[in-house]
Write a protein that binds this ligand. Structure first.
Ligand SMILES: CC(C)(COP(=O)(O)OP(=O)(O)OC[C@H]1O[C@@H](n2cnc3c(N)ncnc32)[C@H](O)[C@@H]1OP(=O)(O)O)[C@@H](O)C(=O)NCCC(=O)NCCS
Length: 215
């Protein structure tokens, strides 16, 4: 069985743990046994979370042999830093796992990159292309022919229509809806519950119905 270490101890990281535990018995299953977490908060080192130890800081990752990693870090405060967090670990992409919850539906014609997580009841449609280190949280739908670039985060209950392009390290807030053919720029943030009708420029924040830029 492949040993797995989860990066971060936030809610996302705990949901990843659940996804791995839920996989036992399913086909994709028991591929992983969770060794614990890495987290940069020294107060957490040596503690147990849900029965799994916090082994130490992220900088220890390159010294741990024979494990795969999966990143849970990526809140609204940290999502832009995901590329540098992953690069700073000093470990190659082949040491990352891809975690798909057994309740998620992934089209046989979709592509999903390494280090990506797809959580409970998410639906990934036909010919969707999802990059590396992407987080797709529960109940989100990514419809046919959409492209999700590396390090993007899609929070829970999001509806991404067809032919949408989500840029690198963008963040789509909970329950947002994105109209077909729209492009969301890299490192942009879409507020929760927003309805996005038009393209969103890189590194901007939009929110509301319809979504407009917030300074
Ligand atoms: C958009 C967002 C980043 C703004 O956060 P913020 O900078 O702290 O903004 P504030 O809460 O100070 O609100 C600023 C203004 O935007 C409005 N606003 C904030 N979020 C909004 C949203 N999602 N939709 C509509 N309006 C919103 C506020 O009402 C306020 O309006 P006002 O100036 O007229 O009073 C945040 O509200 C948000 O939606 N984050 C995503 C949360 C999420 O999806 N979490 C998932 C966790 S798994």
């Amino acid at each position: 069985m492949q040993k797995l270490v989860i990066l971060g101890t936030s809610g996302n990281s705990l949901e990843i743990l659940e996804a791995v535990l839920d996989s036992h018995g399913a086909d994709t299953s028991s591929r992983f046994s969770v060794e614990g977490f890495l987290d940069d908060d020294p107060n957490k080192w040596g503690q147990d979370i849900l029965g799994y130890p916090v082994i130490g800081p992220l900088s220890q990752a390159h010294r741990i042999d024979d494990v795969k990693f999966i990143n849970g870090i990526g809140s609204t405060n940290s999502f832009k830093r995901k590329p540098e967090i992953i690069a700073g670990l000093g470990i190659p992409d082949e040491k990352f796992a891809t975690i798909i919850h057994p309740s998620a539906t992934v089209s046989r014609f979709a592509k999903i990159g390494v280090g990506t997580i797809v959580l409970q009841n998410a639906v990934i449609g036909t010919r969707v292309q999802i990059g590396r280190h992407v987080q797709i949280l529960p109940l989100s739908v990514v419809s046919h022919d959409s492209q999700v670039d590396d390090f993007a985060t899609i929070a829970g209950g999001v509806s991404v229509s067809g032919y949408v392009h989500l840029g690198r390290a963008c963040y789509i807030g909970s329950a947002a809806a994105i109209r077909n053919n729209v492009h969301i720029g890299s490192e942009a943030l879409v507020g929760m519950g927003s309805v996005v009708l038009n393209d969103v420029a890189a590194q901007t924040v939009v929110a509301g119905v319809p979504a407009v830029e917030r300074k």
